[in-house]
Each structure stands twice: as C-alpha cells, then as structure tokens.
Design a protein around this ligand. Structure first.
Ligand code: NAI
Length: 386
C-alpha cells in the first residue's frame, strides 16, 4: 500500500521514516520545499545511523530511503491507500486539507490524523466519507517511541480502528485503542504528573529540586516533573494542559497553573530557552534537593494517587482497556510501572485514603476520587487479574 503523509515536520518526517522502513512507498507532502529537504536529509541520516549500529542492513536503509518521494503537489496522492496528516495543530486548516485530499484519493483510501489535541470526530466531520477516518497518534520521536494511540471517531466504520491497529503493529509499533476524548490516553492520564507537582510547589510544601528528587529517586520515574516540563518546553506542555482543560469543559482536575503560565508568557520555555524551572546557563548553580524521605514519600504518594485516579477514571469511562492503559503509560511516557499495577501494589484502599485526605483538606473537586477506585478499595479488589 502506498502511504501519503502530509506535513514533513518533526512528526511527519518521523512517521515517514517508520512507514518507509516498514516497506511502504511513501509520498511525503509539505507546503514548504525547504521543510521537505530538511526532512529527507534527517531521515537519510537516521537510517544511515541505524545501519552503522547494525540495526538495519545498509541495503535496507538504502531501500527505505528510495521509497520516499517528496512532493508539494497533492495530485501525487491519487494512488494512496492511506493518508496520514501531521500539519499544524489547527482544526480549520486540517479540515480544509482533508477536503482537498478527498478530491484526489480513491474512495477507499484510509484517512488519518496525528493530532494530539483536536477531536478526531471534528476533523472527520469535514469529510464526505468520514467513515474511513481514524486518529493515529504517534509520539515524538516517532521512529523511537513504540506507542501509537489509535482513535476511532464517532463516524468511523466498525472494524477500521482494528485494521489500522494491525497495520501499525506490523510496523513494529505497540498500538493501543483509545476513545475520542480529550488527550486520548497519555495526554490525559499524565496531566497530574505536571499539575500536582506544580501545586505542591505553589503551596510551598517542597521546592523544585526536592519534588523532582522524590519522583525520580523514590518513585523511579526517569525524569522529575520539573526537569521533564523544561525538557518538553513550556510552550508545548502549557498549551497541552490548557487545551485538555478547555476540552474537558473546565474540569478542575485539569486546571492549568499560573506558575507555568507565567513561564510560558515570559518565554522561559525550559532547556531550549536556557531557562525554565531550572537555570540552564553555563555554570549556573543547580539547586540541591532536601533529601527528607518522609517529605519525599508524601509528595510521591500525592502525585501517584492523582495519576492512579486518572487511570482508574479512564478505565471506568472506557477510554481504553486496562491492558492498553498500562501499555500506554509505560511506553508513551516511560513510567516505571503501569498505574493500575501500581495501584494494586500500594493497595487501592491506600490510594483512596490519600485522595480522600486531600479532598477532606481542600474541599476541591480536583481531588474527587473515581468511583471505580472507591469500589475497588471498598471491595478489597485489585484492578488487574493477579
Ligand atoms: P511541525 O511544525 O514540526 O511540522 C508541521 C509541518 O507541516 C511543517 O513542515 C509545515 O510546513 C507543514 N504544513 C503546515 N500546514 C500545511 C499545509 N496546509 N499543507 C502542507 N503542509 C503543511 O509540527 P509537528 O510537531 O510535526 O506536529 C504536527 C502534528 O502532529 C500536529 O497536529 C501536532 O499536534 C501533532 N503531534 C505532535 C507531537 C510533537 O511532539 N511534536 C506529538 C504527537 C502529535
């Protein structure tokens, strides 16, 4: 099957590499010829590096490169069996592009968007044949990240999401199925990792370095929330937080913080700006954590309880299966354990007690426990089969 990819930026180029390496002919389209040149150079370099490391034969790398056909003309999509869009995150622009795509591709061509924050259903609504539309959400960098979230829209025909799931699995990825709800799985369930850490900071319970220490040293997360937000960039991370909050009709669980908004407004985007929660200027002193195990454990359990609550609620509302929730968080954001497994390990009653304690203290809806967590705690049952 020939695959068309629209947008050759960070994501489009990565997806093109995956798909070409998997054996598909690829038509890679961008409105900017310079973006196409840059994408081809970077894909070529990546494939050569893989060959040097012995992960791919030189012939396979060359063959994959030869399967990439850059273009600025949509007419070249006439023979595509699938089109994946990875352009600017703007609903009106995406809708317009898919209208144009539909005027060119065959009637049975699968249409997919890599959007992270728009409703798949809303993009599909612009199509004449929305039943062939599906969300296919890769993580950055696409060639390295295993997880792909597959999201059927309200209009998607029965069976298409599963077909696309099988196709993506054939590309060496770990696809999961998610409902078309804001943030899909990862960008929804992971929100408290950032939001609750900032809340702890704002309340003066601990400083940035101590919170990061607690989550990494005691929790086993690869990066602490502040180091991670600085790494992702506050321009990206703040916008995702704000868009998930808006999309959830202002549910206080997802409310953005003034602290991060101010960093965003100041242009203190993190690593790439030289300044975020931490100072990245050469020679800048790095703050030392207060290595207080009791304080650290309290912080960790508060953030963990909020994360587990999100996973429990996503399971309760059938956003994804338990297995897919676990796979998404361990492969999409590299959590050391699935959150449901973690809940079982701590004991649902312990997690519920932490949340109910927060709810009791603050009387904020933000800390309301998922009914599924409460049921598991009260019936002394685990989330996962033992
Ligand atoms: P990017 O800014 O790196 O690349 C976008 C590319 O699309 C540019 O090369 C631009 O010239 C091209 N483009 C824009 N409008 C176009 C149009 N109308 N026709 C043809 N080409 C057009 O953006 P990035 O980061 O690759 O994101 C693309 C999509 O993927 C967005 O929907 C984003 O939300 C989503 N996404 C991004 C992730 C990330 O971490 N960057 C992760 C997962 C999804």
């Amino acid at each position: 099957m020939i695959i068309g990819i629209i947008g050759s930026g960070a994501m489009g180029a990565g997806i093109a590499q995956v798909v070409a390496a998997a054996g598909h002919e690829v038509r890679l389209l961008d409105q900017s010829a310079a973006a196409l040149d840059k994408a081809l150079a970077s894909i070529g370099a990546n494939l050569r590096k893989l060959a040097e490391k012995g992960k791919l034969t030189v012939e396979a790398a060359e063959a994959a490169t030869a399967r990439l056909h850059p273009t600025t003309a949509m007419a070249d999509f006439a023979d595509c069996g699938m089109v994946i869009e990875a352009i600017v995150e703007d609903l009106a622009v995406k809708q317009q592009v898919f209208k144009q795509v539909e005027s060119i591709v065959p009637a049975d061509c699968i249409l997919a968007s890599n959007t992270s924050s728009l409703a798949i259903t809303a993009i599909a609504a612009a199509c004449q044949r929305p039943e062939r539309f599906v969300g296919i959400h890769f993580f950055n960098p696409a060639p390295l990240m295993q997880l792909v979230e597959i999201i059927p829209a309200v209009q998607t025909r029965a069976g298409l999401a599963e077909e696309v799931q099988a196709l993506v699995a054939g590309w060496g990825k770990r696809p999961v199925l998610a409902q078309d709800t804001p943030g899909f799985i990862v960008n929804r369930v992971a929100r408290p990792f950032y939001g609750e850490a900032i809340r702890i900071l704002e309340e003066g319970i601990a400083d940035v370095a101590t919170i990061d220490w607690a989550l990494t040293e005691l929790g086993g997360f690869r990066m602490g929330p502040f180091a991670l937000m600085d790494f992702i960039g506050h321009d990206v991370n703040y916008r995702v937080t704000e868009s998930v909050f808006n999309a959830f009709f202002y549910d206080p669980r997802y409310r953005p913080s003034f602290t991060q908004r101010r960093l965003f407004e100041a242009g203190y985007y993190g690593r790439k700006a030289g300044r975020g929660f931490y100072d990245y200027a050469p020679g800048a002193a790095q703050p030392a954590p207060t290595r207080d195990p009791e304080l650290g454990r309290r912080i960790l359990h508060r953030v963990l309880a909020m994360l587990i609550n999100e996973a429990a609620e996503a399971l309760y509302l059938r956003v994804a299966s338990a297995a897919d929730l676990e796979l998404a968080m361990t492969t999409g954001v590299n959590y050391p354990k699935g959150l449901l497994a973690w809940a079982d390990e701590l004991g649902p009653a312990t997690v519920l007690a932490t949340l109910d304690g927060l709810y009791h203290d603050y009387h904020e809806d933000r800390y309301r426990a998922s009914v599924l967590l409460r049921r598991r705690a009260e019936s002394n049952q685990h989330f996962l089969a033992q």
